[in-house]
Ligand binder design. Sequence first.
Ligand code: AMP
Ligand code: GLY
Length: 434
Amino acid sequence: MVGGGGREHALCWALRKENPEADIYCAPGNPGTADLAANLPIAADDIDRIADAADMHGIDLTVVGPEMPLARGLGDRLRAEGRAVFGPSAAAAQIEASKAFSKDVMVAAGIPTAASRTFQELAPALAYVDRHPEPLVVKASGLAAGKGAVVCLTRAEAAAAVRAMLDDRVFGDAGAIVVIEAFLEGEEISILAVTDGTDVELLPVSQDHKRLLEGDSGPNTGGMGAYSPVAVATPALLDRARREVLYPALEELRRRRAPFAGVLYAGLMVDRQGTPWVVEFNCRLGDPETQVVLPLVAGGLTAAFWKVARGEGVAPIARRIGEASVTTVLASRGYPDRPEQGAAITMPAFPPPGVTFFHAGTSRGADGVLRVSGGRVLTVTAVAPSFAEAQRLSREASEAVEFEGKIFRRDIGWREAARQGAGAEVQAGAPLAS
Ligand code: AMP
Ligand code: GLY
């Protein structure tokens, strides 16, 4: 397992459940994966050392969690050395690593997506902003840890975002190219498709909450919580998503000699007509989507990863029926810009029934104390027979974890709650916990 966040902890947890006897190594892992796997002190994007470690430990299957090592060619490198890898090539990972490329693929394949233009120069970008209706979305084309999209209500805000990216390089080289696009309205869902490049097997659909604050306000983050299943994702909608989004994207990538094998993540905005507009593609599982979706998998995950890694097609993944899952991200004050680090964490000795704590930005020092070491610190997943129960369990277990500067949203799943007529329970706009 390559990576060290909440997603990778959830992957180790799911793979360990299906493979009690396997030797699992995680690079670099975190204190959560340490209970399930042997952590290796190697950064996720240190391709040479990961290749060496795969050799030394005789790794049969490598599962790559984050986008950065994929975009830098970890999959290609290991495959060139004859190893099975679950994760796409660098060429296919461009679907996430370059929003300019991704938009180009979508337009060529006729996939519904917001009208957009790509710019490297300030003056034409500003002129484009001037000519287009508000709101506008300005995005750094490169990888920016989920923070590179700025939804701008006014042209003035959009112009400022363009300047910040192209002139001030607030996202470094990731913002050397910007994509400016029209604002899409609707309900956002995350589709995670396990694919061999042609066929797809969908994991349960989830809805992430990208904004920092309750009521979906504040800046974009990597994601503050998620729930699954989502009522919006009807069989008819998923059918459209396959036919209008996933199959055309995979076909276009094959045509460009960049076939995609791994998880293709489609972030969709579903409008009132039920049209699935693509907001973004990612080349990997989502975080925190993985933490909410994998606990709903009943079996077949390892087999599906193996088949794709060996180029043998896709395999069915079984899901738990009649259960809902909610995950709440506990972040550190200052996230996403400058999260505070170092606070000691206290957690319940035993999680309540149905609850799993996934570690993200935690570390354990020589003194054995668990401490905050990242922006998103823990993800608290609860699985229960109803959405409302899962939501309550996740929220209560989130309250029970303590560290100085803890922030989290208490309204994860508020749209689903409103649909289910339990809206009164969830107060949008309530202050953050601390
Ligand atoms: P991205 O980095 O492209 O995933 O964008 C991050 C988040 O910004 C998305 O998950 C959406 O919530 C929001 N967003 C991005 N593009 C658009 C758009 N064209 N219209 C509305 N919201 C958007
Ligand atoms: N949660 C959004 C992402 O993983 O990109």
